[in-house]
Design a protein around this ligand. Structure first.
Ligand SMILES: Cc1cc2nc3c(=O)[nH]c(=O)nc-3n(C[C@H](O)[C@H](O)[C@H](O)COP(=O)(O)OP(=O)(O)OC[C@H]3O[C@@H](n4cnc5c(N)ncnc54)[C@H](O)[C@@H]3O)c2cc1C
Length: 355
């Protein structure tokens, strides 16, 4: 084509459409965590995040494990979100426990076949464990803790313990790998049931997956978790948190009783966890869980920035602290200057029992 012809062609195609034409089609692989035959709510939020990458995005969900609960989880996955078009199931004893080494290799194998534009996991301990290793194998740099997706390669993420939001453009090679904060991509209750047509369920071909791939530096020893009927801290509508001021594990039971009455999850500050009042899976904050409940009640919590980083997105924050200058009052919607050893027993007495 003569130079004038090329210039004419460029003139009739605006820059935006020329750039768009260079983008490959969107397809996202969501790494899903399952328990007791169900997909975890945080992984469904990761699907919601995948949905916001683009309208034409085709979303596949990757599940791995072994035994009957995997089949149940796959059936749940096929119906749990209308945006999922395919559920990929990797069944092998190598995936009975979610260790980073075999999972990273699995992602590599699945990506080689599917050539995804994006790979997403929720930003919990599952994703944080697996994603860096998988990214290293794929020779890419992941974008972590994403709270907003502005475009297929433009993301918002908090920095400085959530005190600033940073907008980043991913300029690396494909796939673009993300971890997303599930609290920022909540799933509308209707979308969970509204998938009339279940996604297809396909087995991953593991013939390229050798036993050596499964052997790594980490090894599963045991899982200890608390049997509780309380809601999961990461997704609870109400969270009751106690701080160092509770003074002992025995006193912390007051927080648990209050949570029971309100059908709430229990949270704790790092100081309370370090002092041994409660296990560390209850820690809220920068190095704990990120929560965004409708109601967050903090008792004897000073409001250090590392704690605030984990709960600042709560809709209503209530704080009880005997120090009127405690920083927690700067973020609280309702504050009560008082002694928690008086306030909590009074609340327990006045609140009705949960039916
Ligand atoms: C890298 C890093 C990461 C961290 N990550 C986290 C994290 O993820 N989560 C987290 O929580 N912290 C985290 N921390 C620790 C954080 O800086 C604080 O030390 C911690 O949050 C303080 O916990 P606290 O509020 O329970 O204790 P304190 O700071 O000791 O506050 C106790 C509060 O209780 C009040 N009080 C005392 N007695 C009573 C009473 N009888 N009635 C009412 N109020 C009372 C006091 O006035 C005080 O405000 C991190 C720190 C670092 C350096």
């Amino acid at each position: 084509m003569a130079t004038s012809g090329i210039l004419r062609a460029i003139r009739y195609h605006p820059i935006s459409s020329r750039i768009a034409a260079t983008y490959r089609s969107l397809s996202t692989l969501v790494l899903a965590e399952h328990e007791g035959g169900s997909i975890k709510a945080s992984s469904i939020s990761a699907v919601e995040a995948a949905k916001s990458i683009g309208n034409e995005n085709s979303v596949s969900l990757l599940l791995a494990g072994s035994g009957p609960s995997l089949k149940e989880a796959a059936e749940h996955a096929a119906l749990c979100h209308p945006s999922i078009s395919q559920v990929l199931v990797a069944e092998s004893d190598n995936f009975t426990y979610p260790l980073a080494e075999p999972w990273a290799k699995l992602i590599h194998v699945v990506h080689q076949k599917g050539d995804y534009s994006h790979i997403i996991a929720a930003s919990g301990s599952f994703g944080k464990n697996i994603v860096p290793r998988a990214a290293a194998l794929l020779d890419i740099s992941p974008v972590t803790d994403v709270t907003e997706i502005s475009d297929s390669n433009i993301f918002v993420r908090p920095i400085y313990a959530g005190n600033a939001l940073c907008t980043v453009r991913y300029t690396g090679s494909s796939p673009c790998m993300l971890t997303v904060r599930s609290t920022s991509f909540s799933v509308a209750s209707t979308s969970a049931d509204s998938n009339s047509k279940p996604a297809s369920i396909d087995q991953v071909d593991l013939s390229n997956f050798s036993e050596d791939d499964a052997v790594g530096k980490s090894r599963y020893i045991k899982l200890s978790s608390q049997e509780t009927e309380r809601p999961d801290l990461g997704n609870a509508r109400v969270v009751i948190t106690g701080g160092r001021a509770l003074k002992s594990a025995e006193n912390f039971k007051m927080i648990e009783k209050l949570a029971e009455k309100l059908g709430a999850a229990v949270g704790a500050t790092r100081a309370a966890v370090d002092a041994g009042y409660v296990p560390n899976d209850l820690q809220v904050g920068q190095t704990g869980k990120i929560v965004a409940p409708e109601l967050y009640m903090a008792f004897g919590v000073s409001g250090a920035i590392q704690h605030i980083a984990g709960m600042r997105d709560a809709k209503v924050i209530v704080a009880v602290n005997k120090d009127a200058d405690a920083p927690i009052f700067q973020v609280a919607d309702y504050g009560l200057v008082g002694d928690l050893f008086e306030v909590i027993p009074e609340l327990l007495e006045k609140l009705p029992d949960k039916k």
